[in-house]
Design a protein around this ligand. Sequence first.
Ligand code: AMP
Ligand code: GLY
Length: 418
Amino acid sequence: MKVLVIGGGGREHAIAYALSKSKRVSEIHAIPGNPGIAQIGTCHPGSVTDIEAIKQFVKENHIDFTVIGPEDPLCLGMADELTAIGCPVFGPQKKAAQLEGSKAFSKEFMMRHHIPTAAYKEVNSYDEAVLALDEFSYPVVVKADGLAAGKGVVICENHEEAIQALKDIMETKTLGEAGSKVVIEEFLKGFECSLLCFTDGETIVPMVSAKDHKQVFDGNKGPNTGGMGTFSPNPFLPKEIEETFQEKILDPFMKGLKADQMDYRGVVFIGLMIDGQDVKVLEFNVRFGDPETQSILLRLETDILDIFEAVSKRKLNTVNIQWKKESAGCLVLASGGYPGSYEKGKLIEHLDEVAEDIIIFHAGTAFDDQHHVVTNGGRVLNICALGSSLEEIREKIYAAAKVIDFDGKYYRNDIGLI
Ligand code: AMP
Ligand code: GLY
């Protein structure tokens, strides 16, 4: 089968890598892809949100199946449009994608369907927001309603910080229209867990758990990023808490999808905050997590195309998804300065000199005009490995992180430990 992957980050490289292990995949295409994906498939220039061009590409190239990586095309209705022209896709339809596309929509969904989440208030103007702050204690969380590429959530320690965040988002409009509406939310303490599940709208199957490291600096300090590294399974998640997810979160979620008639065939990535026995949903994402996927898919035994197709045909209940017993880890090598401003175009050296059991997924990389691999984004490379223990994996990935070099290379030292 000819499979098209939409996207060009580390997540999409990990998806393409898993597809490359399938006996039934004959060709992998990606729009736009990246130099890592180019080693296992064909990359085509283009924008992930240009739905018309992608429909054309699918028709002209006789693509049999499309996997949509990022949230933006899903929120714009790419799954709806490809399905309408008869191309099977992996990814939820536009209405369901609002669970990520609008924080207010997502919170209303959770309230309506009794899914545990933080107390909140939706506000539509700066003045309304300032008044609403009186109903909360500090720290308080200010969230832009729309998609903001991971920059839409501000944890405010005091009133001044909250006022500043609201001014930035709602008056200066630093995030554009995404900040026209804001959700103000109670701060939840605890530890986070990324729960990714396959669902076809009828059946939901959790994947193995994962732990992301959101903040840029060691010790969970500094601003939030898209994620600086992951471990699977989540080293901090007790089995008895994991066993409560089905009844507390997944059952009401599935009931909600049905009651609201959402066509959901893809991945739901549920961000959870766990405090003792208490589990609450921080957010829904309607796609694979990045970099959670890099660790999780390395542990997948089952042919991923079998899963994608079963989801798309609403037959997920017919697949028995198997996982490796080994753990997996992923360390992000970033450009110094990320998640703020950083330089691009730095030559990446010694990529081929890492140990054989290291898997490298490309994220923000590009070819320069001499076909050298150079940095092209904030999160540049994902260094991944499987192993029987966290310590073994940490040794492997940190050894590789020292070998690979580029100007401004930055990474956290405590992935898996905190
Ligand atoms: P979200 O996009 O809503 O998941 O928010 C991004 C990150 O902000 C989460 O992964 C948490 O680290 C943090 N966060 C969001 N909401 C809350 C909350 N209510 N309490 C504490 N931290 C939060
Ligand atoms: N790693 C968090 C995300 O993909 O949103």
